[in-house]
Design a protein around this ligand. Structure first.
Ligand code: HEM
Length: 123
């Protein structure tokens, strides 16, 4: 039996890897007809990307501090649909694949993202 001791943060390539994955994620969102207008409307996409990097680093076991609002407050009032939620997760999975992340690690990220649906969809 093999056991994995590396944290999710380490397996995603620490801050450097997570920054690359997040850049791909934003690129995918801006090319995805199901969600692109949501992100095009943002007043400061550079800030969103920076905060997303912090969020993923802090949430996967890294030493970074997330300086944004929680997921409920961030997405409150946006009336995000189930379809948009799945589209965003698909974009994340594609970004992980592009960055060469192994399948078990991708599945772990998938489970974490899925668990946040009640804080994002129609809140
Ligand atoms: C589990 C899924 C999701 C996670 C973990 C997540 C995470 C985040 C984070 C960390 C931010 C940055 C907050 C900040 O700048 O302070 C953000 C912003 C944003 N999210 Fe999400 N998000 C998710 C799903 C979605 C979905 C499904 C949509 C709709 C398509 C969406 C639309 C947005 C938009 C438009 C912003 C930018 C708001 C602004 O300009 O201030 N998110 N999200």
């Amino acid at each position: 039996m093999t056991t994995s001791t590396a944290s999710l943060y380490e397996r995603l390539g620490r801050r450097e890897g997570i920054t690359r994955i997040t850049r791909e994620l934003m690129k995918n969102h801006l090319a995805n007809p199901l969600v692109k207008t949501r992100f095009e409307k943002s007043e400061d996409l550079a800030r969103v990307e920076r905060r997303a990097v912090e969020f993923f680093c802090a949430g996967t076991g890294g030493p970074e501090t997330y300086t944004g609002q929680d997921m409920l407050a961030t997405h409150r009032g946006m009336n995000i649909s189930e379809q948009e939620f799945i589209a965003v997760i698909d974009d994340a999975m594609a970004a992980l694949e592009t960055c060469g992340i192994d399948t078990p690690t991708c599945n772990e990220v998938l489970a974490v993202l899925w668990s946040m649906k009640r804080e994002v969809i129609r809140v």
